[in-house]
Design a protein around this ligand. Structure first.
Ligand code: NAP
Length: 292
């Protein structure tokens, strides 16, 4: 894969920022990576891990002559960050983010965008429950979708950025913000909410029962604890910023749960079995689509 941008700035060297740096180097997509994080200790760690060429805690200095600026910080931090860095970006540079919600990000960042730069929101559909620079994985994006929201960016700018995300290993896909937030509310945000709820229910149990839940967790609970170990700040921001779509999906989920509750109460075996057959089919189609 050949070089796509000369210099990129990654702001927020956590799981996503570190993984972008590793995958960009693997494919030789850039000449120089400058990393920026609010926490200076992250710079030391990133240096030890050999993630980036240069580190600063000063976001304004980081973006000064970057061709591509990637904001990989929690969605609640994106508006103030964009306001700070956009005036320092060079003419014609591209600004993107990796935030898990898109309507709120566009609402918060767009007012600060100047005609001198290209604003191209995006979202990699890849992640783990880990955070911080050491959580970075070179193959995190391999075979995963990366959603790009072109807004008003010229087609050639979008195509170049898509070549970059493809070079990181991802599969590009375009979407509009409303649709993105609805799809993600169901496929990602609701499952996290359910996992947080189940694990929190377990922590409220009396201690003997709680100990046994942990001891015998292999029977299903363990998978929920993995999801519920995800970064608290990132997920707080996701629910606050995709509230409308999450609440809509939660309403539908509650109705479906009541249906199951009723089927169990009345011993309606056919209803249960028919639903479990349908859900098994969904699992099979996810495996067939290479997204398992
Ligand atoms: P992370 O591991 O917690 O890393 C975020 C980093 O950004 C932290 O080191 C944080 O420092 C730093 N930071 C926060 N505010 C900053 C600011 N104003 N300036 C500079 N650095 C700042 O988070 P992540 O999992 O990489 O997520 C980053 C973004 O990608 C989020 O918007 C998230 O929604 C999105 N995303 C995450 C996943 C996932 O599965 N994790 C998947 C797809 C997209 P402190 O810790 O010191 O605050």
């Amino acid at each position: 894969m050949s070089k796509i941008y000369s210099k990129i700035a990654i702001i927020g060297i956590g799981l996503i920022g570190a993984s972008i740096a590793l995958a960009a180097r693997r494919a030789g997509l850039v000449d120089h990576i400058i990393g920026c994080d609010a926490d200076p200790a992250v710079g030391v760690e990133a240096d030890e891990l050999g993630l980036i060429d240069e580190f600063t805690t000063d976001a304004v200095a980081a973006v000064a002559d970057a061709d591509l600026v990637i904001m990989a910080v929690p969605v609640g931090a994106l508006g103030p960050l964009a306001e700070q860095i956009i005036p320092a970006m060079k003419q014609g540079a591209v600004l993107t983010d990796t935030g898990s919600t898109k309507r709120s990000v566009i609402r918060d960042v767009s007012p600060h965008v100047s005609p001198d730069i290209h604003w191209l929101p995006s979202h990699p559909l890849a992640g783990t429950e880990h955070s911080g620079p050491a959580a970075g994985k070179v193959d995190l994006f391999d075979g995963r979708y990366w959603i790009v929201l072109p807004l008003d960016a010229p087609e050639e700018v979008v195509v170049t950025f898509e070549a970059f995300v493809t070079g990181l290993g991802a599969t590009k896909e375009r979407m509009d913000p409303d649709y993105h937030d609805k799809v993600l509310a169901l496929t990602s945000h609701l499952p996290h909410l359910i996992a947080y709820t189940i694990v929190s229910t377990a922590t409220d149990l009396e201690s003997q029962l709680k100990n046994d839940v942990i001891r015998f967790s292999a029977s299903g609970f363990r998978d929920f604890t993995r999801i519920a170990a995800s970064d608290p700040v990132m997920w707080r921001d996701v629910f606050i910023n995709n509230d409308e779509a999450v609440l809509e999906m939660l309403q539908r989920f509650s109705e479906d749960l009541s249906y199951l509750q009723r089927a169990i109460r009345w011993g309606e075996k056919d209803k249960l079995e028919e639903l479990f057959h349908r859900t098994r089919e969904i699992r099979r189609s996810i495996i067939d689509a290479g997204q398992s």
